[in-house]
Write a protein that binds this ligand. Structure first.
Ligand code: IPM
Ligand code: MG
Length: 368
């Protein structure tokens, strides 16, 4: 049987550096766990724009559609701030999400014990936190029509449209309920049904999917503004949070930051299953391209490495191997390995991107 294929799109800024450590981990699995991958590299974002004048070349799009999983680093940087909207680095990422139909975006917010002091919240509010945000990723106001800046009388008007069909809500709700069954068995769905018709429909469809097929999962509904407040008041009340594209963008940044480890969090974007049952999938760290530290060997590769762990779990059905990698990361943190972003008040000397990779590889070796 052919090896599973991975398309690596390292992107811009710190993307290539952190992805460099992921390729070492991939090689480790090939050498030690009899899990070889066929790896191909290509460009996305500003790097693709520099070479092709577009943030995602059609050939790259085709490769992404054909790969068993895509690993993405980060896109964007100040160099591209003045580009036309249609060729901005972010458009490359949005095209991948849309054309791969990656409707379910999993964003775990997990507080690592070794880092609980880094949160801006009190330690007891976040210690042990483990929630999962399921964000709808291919519809809503990000893609709804009409959109644009139009002339209306003697002034301009900016328009975006929040739009959800029943089937779009149905499929992402199912993915949240499925996930909840494998975790704490609770889903809290967030929208603004008090002011938005799309929110009323969202609430109805989520409830119906629940009552029909997932009555065993505990379901609650919350207005998204209250949800934001509850996330900083008492985040441990949540297990899975299900929400739309825009609210999910905002709530997931909030949830990530309360773990104190924004630079540590991975994500998975999953589409409908292929014929072989494997979902189309893209894995990427939640953090951005961090142009201020790019190219200096300072970046923390952990979010990107944990994104590969999610790939092992969700694309390749290797949950035990994903846990092995996650535990290796926890071990190096517990042992005190710290890149510059993780230097707390106690100070000390940070290790480099490569040294963090070395430490995680050593922990993997020790796990055998
Ligand atoms: C995210 C980012 C993206 C988004 C940007 C880079 C287009 O903020 O993945 O959360 O808004 O979805
Ligand atoms: Mg965001």
């Amino acid at each position: 049987m052919a090896n599973p294929s991975l398309l690596i799109l390292a992107g811009d800024g710190i993307g290539p550096e952190v992805m460099g450590q992921v390729t070492r981990i991939i090689d480790w699995y090939g050498a030690n766990r009899d899990m070889a991958f066929d790896v191909e590299h290509d460009l996305v974002g500003g790097a693709a724009y520099d070479k092709h004048g577009t943030p995602l070349h059609d050939d790259t799009m085709a490769k992404a559609l054909a790969a068993d999983a895509v690993l993405l680093g980060a896109v964007g940087g100040p160099k591209y701030d003045d580009l036309d909207f249609s060729v901005k680095p972010e458009r490359g990422l949005l095209r991948l999400r849309k054309e791969m139909d990656l409707f379910s975006n999993l964003r775990p917010a997990q507080c690592f014990d070794a880092l609980a002091d880094f949160s801006s919240l009190k330690k007891d509010i976040v210690a042990g936190l483990d929630i999962m945000i399921v964000r709808e990723l291919t519809s809503g106001v990000y893609f709804g029509e009409p959109r644009g800046i139009f002339k209306e009388g003697n002034e301009r008007v900016g328009i975006n449209t929040q739009r959800y069909t029943e089937s779009e809500i149905d499929r992402v709700a199912r993915s949240a309920f499925e996930l909840a069954r494998r975790r704490g068995n609770k889903v809290c769905s967030m929208e603004k049904a008090n002011v938005m018709e799309s929110g009323i429909l969202w609430r109805e469809v989520v409830q119906k999917v629940h009552d029909t097929d997932y009555p065993d999962v505990e379901l609650t509904h919350m207005y998204a503004d209250n949800g934001a407040m509850q996330l900083v008041r008492a985040p441990k009340q949540f297990d899975v949070i299900l929400t739309d594209n825009l609210f999910g963008d905002i709530l997931s940044d909030c949830a990530a930051m309360l773990t104190g480890s924004l630079g540590m969090l991975p994500s998975a974007s999953l589409g409908a299953p292929n014929v072989d049952g494997r979902p189309k999938a893209l894995y990427e760290p939640v953090h951005g391209s961090a142009p201020d530290i790019a190219g200096q060997g300072k970046a923390n590769p952990i979010a990107c490495i944990l994104s590969f762990a999610m790939a092992l779990r969700y694309s390749f059905d290797q949950g035990d191997e994903a846990t092995r990698l996650e535990q290796a990361v926890e071990k190096v943190l517990a042992d005190g390995a710290r890149t510059a972003d993780l230097m707390g008040e106690e100070g000390g000397t940070p290790i480099s991107t490569t040294e963090m990779g070395d430490a995680i590889l050593a922990a993997l070796d020790a796990s055998l």
